[in-house]
Design a protein around this ligand. Structure first.
Ligand SMILES: Cc1cc2nc3c(=O)[nH]c(=O)nc-3n(C[C@H](O)[C@H](O)[C@H](O)COP(=O)(O)OP(=O)(O)OC[C@H]3O[C@@H](n4cnc5c(N)ncnc54)[C@H](O)[C@@H]3O)c2cc1C
Length: 585
């Protein structure tokens, strides 16, 4: 089947829906293609909130928010992006409110705001209440609100359609190919502009807070074309995921007084961060937990977790303010936080890197200003480099709405100005996708996708996780090569056409292997520690050599080879020298 729309959006999370809405307001025809039903997108899992310097509870300014974002990103953040973001997010939050998003309120009826790690007043002097929230369901409310607005604006939805390939010829995007889950049919979509908003790829790790579907599909498709992925070495771990499952336990649990304890019941954060203890930043808490586990003080059968203790808190607090996570612990672990210690371990959470874009979401084809005409990206899968080497909590939801909106506006404007690009014949357009499915369905190989996926996830966790070193990462490069070779021999056992989830998962594994390859090569190459990239063999930050973005390209002429290039960081006044004083945690 063949379809034609002025603007196509891939992904119906917060970024995709915001982009689609703004494209639809731009007087062009818009379709949104999503492998999930839109309101099941991972954005719906975000609990903490969306940061904006509204100043509803305490004095606040966008400049303070910009500074926190740059500092949180360990100075790898592009400061022009941080400036646009910190200014635009204020207006974007009010816009969400006017669309009907049911924010929690102050007694006077303004949007309520609460504290969140790393958000400060007066350039780092003290914590500030900046996170706007709708109870612990902010992401859910954003998705519902934006979906309703899209229905109203006339966006056409293709739900449960998997994008399998992008059509790019001579630096110009022409459209894409998608697989319809319910029929097993391939569809070709012809477009003037395409916006990619397909989310993260946390599933490359064994323990992750990310939904099953976050497999980096479009990052991989982009990379397979010889186009770069930016800053893939920077991946954030959240310190508290439910043990074995990775399901996120909100930071609020420590905010409300939860205490981390090792096997002997010791409050070990007193040793790592004597002043703020359990409320230290995410990376410090994650590293402290892993150190406890490595030194044999973990809990559980495999001694690979630590406990979070809420038992000293009143039942009303646990069941009221922490209702969601109490429910999850009761359901999935059979434990009751009111009386039991709950085992947690760090969980892979957020990709700072991804498809490089400029401030309007236009995709970059190199580190020196080249672009892909008609192709835009936004959200977690994109890298406008707002988050640099580490993201602050609540800044991702903000990123989705600010840069989703900018990409939607830019794509619609472009689509109004140009004719439809030439498009290959259907057979040619679909060739790569047909070949892939043919091999996975009818190949003679005996490899099993689930086994390869498990090895990938375990080895990535061990070798490119929270602590990194050259030896382990070099070993991981070889492991990925071997897994990729075995992947060529994967054949699915279920030949059916309709709702063939085995086939889809096998395809997603191919995407994950690419993301893992780019990530490992980028991480091995960066011989310093910065933000979330923590190397045991290069413990210092090295601005003289490494204040630059990594651009990882697949070498199209040589299998398994990654070419590393660079892109300068956009600076705008904030430097390390500007920081008021070194922080004592
Ligand atoms: C548990 C959890 C809690 C979080 N809490 C917060 C928080 O409180 N505050 C905050 O700022 N951030 C938070 N984050 C981060 C933030 O929620 C995510 O980064 C953000 O929601 C990603 O949005 P997105 O629109 O980029 O992608 P998603 O919401 O992940 O949506 C991806 C979309 O792409 C589609 N898709 C993917 N691949 C394909 C394909 N091949 N074909 C077609 N469609 C495809 C999917 O169907 C989906 O619609 C949290 C993340 C998690 C996992």
């Amino acid at each position: 089947m063949h379809h034609r729309y002025d603007v196509l959006v891939v992904g119906a999370g917060g970024a995709g829906l915001m982009a689609a809405l703004y494209a639809a307001k731009g007087d062009v025809s818009v379709a949104c293609i999503s492998k999930l039903y839109p309101t099941r997108s991972h954005t719906g899992a975000a609990q903490g909130g969306i940061g904006a310097a509204l100043g509803n509870v305490q004095e606040d300014h966008w400049e303070w928010h910009m500074f926190d974002t740059v500092k949180g990103g360990d100075y790898l953040t592009d400061q022009d992006a941080a400036e646009v973001f910190a200014k635009d997010i204020i207006d974007a939050v009010y816009e969400l409110e006017h669309m009907g998003l049911p924010f929690s309120r102050t007694p006077e009826g303004k949007i309520a705001q609460r504290k969140f790690g790393g958000h400060t007043r007066d350039f780092g002097k003290a914590a500030v209440e900046r996170s706007c929230y709708a109870k612990d369901r902010t992401g859910h409310m954003i998705l519902q609100t934006l979906y309703q607005q899209n229905v109203k604006a006339g966006t056409t939805f293709f739900n449960e359609f998997h994008v399998t390939d992008l059509l790019i010829e001579d630096g110009r995007c022409q459209g894409l190919v998608a697989y319809e889950l319910s029929t097993g049919e391939l569809h070709t979509f012809h477009a003037k502009a395409v916006i990619l908003a397909a989310g993260g790829y946390g599933r490359v790790f064994k323990i992750t807070s990310n939904a099953l579907t976050l497999t980096g599909d479009l990052m991989s498709i982009y990379y397979r074309k010889g186009l770069p992925l930016e800053d893939m070495e920077f991946y954030q771990f959240h310190p508290t995921g439910l043990a074995k499952l990775g399901i996120l336990v909100t930071e609020g649990i420590r905010g409300e007084g939860g205490i981390l304890r090792n096997d002997s019941g010791e409050r070990f954060m007193e040793r790592y961060a004597p002043t703020i203890k359990d409320l230290a930043p995410r990376d410090i808490v994650s590293r402290s937990i892993i150190t406890e586990i490595r030194e044999g003080r973990g809990v559980g059968r495999d001694k690979d977790a630590v406990n979070i203790d809420l038992t000293h808190l009143p039942r009303e607090v646990i069941e009221g303010k922490l209702a969601e996570i109490t429910d999850l612990a009761r359901t999935y672990l059979g434990m009751d936080p009111v009386k039991d210690l709950v085992p947690i371990q760090p969980t892979a959470h957020y990709a700072m890197g991804g498809i490089p874009t400029n401030l309007d979401g236009l995709c970059l084809s190199d580190g020196s200003g080249g672009t892909v005409e008609g192709l835009y990206a936004a959200g977690e899968q994109a890298c406008v480099s707002l988050h640099g080497a580490n993201r602050l909590g609540t800044n991702s939801l903000g990123d989705l709405v600010v840069f989703g909106r900018r990409a939607g506006i830019a794509a619609a404007k472009y689509a109004r100005q140009v004719e439809y690009p030439d498009m290959p014949e259907t057979g040619d357009a679909q060739r790569e996708s047909v070949d892939l499915f043919e091999r996975l369905r009818n190949g003679s190989g005996k490899e099993n996708a689930a086994a390869i996926r498990k090895e990938l996830q375990e080895s990535m966790m061990n070798n490119v996780g929270i602590f990194r070193n050259g030896k382990d990462m070099a070993a991981q490069v070889d492991i990925i090569k071997e897994l990729k070779a075995r992947y060529q021999g994967v054949t699915v056992s279920d030949p059916s056409r309709r709702y063939n989830s085995e086939l889809i998962e096998a395809m997603e594994l191919g995407f994950m292997l690419d993301c893992a390859e780019a990530m490992t090569a980028s991480a091995l190459n960066r011989t310093e520690s910065r933000g979330a990239h923590d190397r045991e063999d290069f413990t210092e930050r090295n601005d003289a050599e490494w204040l630059k973005h990594t651009m990882a390209y697949k070498n199209l002429n040589k299998a398994d080879d990654v070419i590393i290039g660079y892109k300068p960081v956009a600076l705008k006044g904030f430097t390390r020298a500007f920081e008021p004083k070194p922080r004592v945690y």
